[in-house]
Write a new protein. Sequence first.
Length: 122
Amino acid sequence: MDKVREVIAYQDHFENFLKKQTEKVQNKIYKVIEAIETLERVPETYLKPIKTKKGLYEARVQLGSNIWRVFCFFDEGKLVILLNGFQKKTQKTPSKEIEKAAKLMDEYYREKEFEKLKGKKR
């Protein structure tokens, strides 16, 4: 299958979240990531924008009646950056999880900007 996007994790939040999940859940998460990588138009069942933070999305993973979310965002269109993940226990996504993801997203862009500036100085 050809990839239309590249998915990478920022820092180690996603990896730490993934390690805590069972193999079944991990496989399901990988399937959702694969869909994000390979589908031209990713259905909202897999990827949905967060209304309260522009540019932030949640990758949606469901196994039976259990639900997990992994926050992510697009950088330069074809690159998807994975942030923190959590198991969803309530109807609404906890705002502290969204805030954490928003902070990480801002941090990513700050670091990127810093790298650009550093590169220009040389």
